[in-house]
Design a protein around this ligand. Structure first.
Ligand SMILES: Cc1cc2nc3c(=O)[nH]c(=O)nc-3n(C[C@H](O)[C@H](O)[C@H](O)COP(=O)(O)OP(=O)(O)OC[C@H]3O[C@@H](n4cnc5c(N)ncnc54)[C@H](O)[C@@H]3O)c2cc1C
Length: 465
């Protein structure tokens, strides 16, 4: 089904979130060599939160951020706006190197980080359309319904109580949101809706107000001990922190660290009252599903539906399409899924489509790292769960740089060692087979399979998902 487009439909152009604010003119680039205490590469949420907390803790530090385009240009200005408490990766994997209790502490720290973001946004006057309406996860087939309950049991084993997530009755589900074909749902309070670009823009303003120097249009071409090299000069610093997430494959020496995974979104035109009366969504919950090829959605502050999913998952050789242009077939696939969730959408149109990259480590779990000897550090590999995790990463990097022994500096995602992705063509084949199998598994399950398709299990085995 071809998606109907509004006359002013835009494709790419960073994101709808920026289009509605005005895509910013990048600020001044670096102008010659300089010396700093901390150099941060990348002005997404990771870089900005790290700069924010460092400068708050030690105002005398010279903190410099180097950004190749403008602050918030990457996934931080393009995401689905789920400020979610979900961990990147399975708690089991974090527990392996530490303990089950340590993994549970990491989970609690994630829950708390949501409120920390909301607190700082209020304190710094960042208006980012934040509503903490929780996360509604729906099942739309028998197999998805089984998986929803299995997931709930799994979460219980990892410390999620009834107050953290619970199964809804059909009545409770429908009083929140009426999704066509939904057979069951869980709801968790640990998620808030945000307008991503507003958060990125507000954070960039807050760090500049604190005295952090943010140089834009300044690509870093080399990172080494004490140095971040750019075409306009070299920043020499005691600590150099790499905060480039999905773009990390483009940094020399890091090509196979994190796979740049693509995610794509569409947004509808504003929807009238009678549509909302039909579907509900008064609580502004974030919406996800239990499909293998999953979707994510939000009701925006101006009453549109922003709806995302995988699209073309990965480009050969870890290439990155920077500007977010999205192929027509992805837009059509997202539209078709959206209208199957909400048939009332059929008379409306898509106003914007865009894509972005997120970083996926080989074991699908994220890491914060600082080598005290070389001063080199990094955080990322959030596998699509970075909106909240970046805040925790920023506070953790602060503690590591300032050599504070804190609860954060010993969480089990600190200093993990993860093997690299395979060279091509294995990387491409692995990721594409995984998503192909996921699509086939979803199709089988939607035709009435009673349990999770074996194809999805094979897919997980291939890439270690
Ligand atoms: C479409 C989409 C939807 C998503 N939805 C969600 C969601 O709803 N919830 C959630 O939790 N997560 C979501 N994510 C993931 C989340 O957005 C990211 O994990 C998070 O924003 C990562 O922040 P970051 O600062 O680490 O990276 P980024 O925001 O990508 O920032 C990295 C920055 O580094 C800059 N850079 C790169 N290379 C260089 C260089 N050589 N020199 C200088 N600068 C450089 C880039 O320009 C960029 O600004 C989504 C991601 C995408 C793409």
């Amino acid at each position: 089904m071809s998606a109907p487009l509004t006359p002013d439909f835009a494709n790419g152009e960073v994101s709808f979130w920026y289009r509605s604010l005005g895509v910013p003119e990048p600020g001044e680039p670096l102008d010659g060599d300089l010396q700093a205490d901390v150099a941060i590469v990348g002005a997404g949420y990771t870089g900005l939160w790290t700069a924010y907390y460092l400068k708050k803790a030690e105002p005398h530090l010279r903190v410099v951020v180097l950004e190749k385009e403008f602050a918030g240009f990457g996934a931080s200005g393009r995401n689905g706006g789920w400020l979610t408490g979900a961990l990147a990766g399975s708690p089991e994997r974090y527990a392996k190197t530490h303990s089950p209790d340590a993994a549970k502490r990491l989970q609690r720290a994630m829950f708390e980080a949501i409120d920390e973001v909301i607190r700082v946004a209020a304190a710094e006057d960042i208006e980012a359309d934040i509503v903490k309406g929780g996360l509604l996860t729906v099942a739309r087939s028998t197999a998805q319904d089984v998986r929803l309950r299995e997931e709930l049991n799994y979460q219980r084993q990892w410390g999620w109580t009834e107050a953290d997530v619970r199964l809804l009755t059909r009545g409770e589900m429908e009083s929140r949101l009426r999704v066509s074909g939904a057979t069951g749902a869980t709801w968790s309070p640990h998620c808030a809706r945000i307008q991503p670009a507003k958060l990125a823009r507000g954070l960039a303003r807050a760090v500049r107000n604190l005295g952090v120097e943010v140089y834009e249009r300044t690509p870093v071409t080399e990172i080494s001990r004490g140095r971040a090299v750019t075409p306009y000069g070299t920043v020499t610093a005691t600590y150099v922190l790499r905060c480039t997430e999905g773009f990390t494959a483009t940094i020399p020496g890091h090509h196979r660290d994190w796979l740049p995974m693509n995610s794509s979104m569409i947004v509808t035109e504003p929807l009238p009252e009678d549509v909302w009366a039909e579907i509900g969504w008064n609580g502004r919950e974030l919406l996800g599903d239990m499909a293998h090829y999953y979707m994510y959605a939000q009701r925006t502050a101006d009453d549109r539906i922003a709806f995302g999913g995988r699209g073309k998952p990965y480009l050969y050789g870890s290439r990155i399409d920077d500007r977010g242009h999205t192929p027509a077939w992805t837009i059509d696939a997202l539209w078709s899924l959206l209208t199957s969730f909400f048939p009332a959408m059929a008379g409306f149109r898509v106003a914007h489509a865009w894509s972005g990259v997120l970083g996926v480590p080989r074991d699908w779990c994220s890491t914060v790292h600082l080598d005290r000897e070389t001063g080199l550090g990094w955080a990322g590999g959030y596998t699509g769960h970075g909106v909240t995790t970046t805040n925790l990463a920023g506070r953790t990097l602060r503690d590591l740089v300032l050599r504070r022994e804190s609860e954060l500096s010993v969480l089990p995602w600190v200093d993990r060692r993860v093997r690299s992705w395979e060279p091509e063509p294995l990387r491409w084949l692995g990721v594409h087979s995984m998503y192909r199998l996921y699509r086939m598994a979803d199709a089988r399950e939607s035709r009435g399979a009673e349990r999770t398709s074996a194809l999805a299990k094979i897919a997980d085995l291939i890439t270690g998902h």
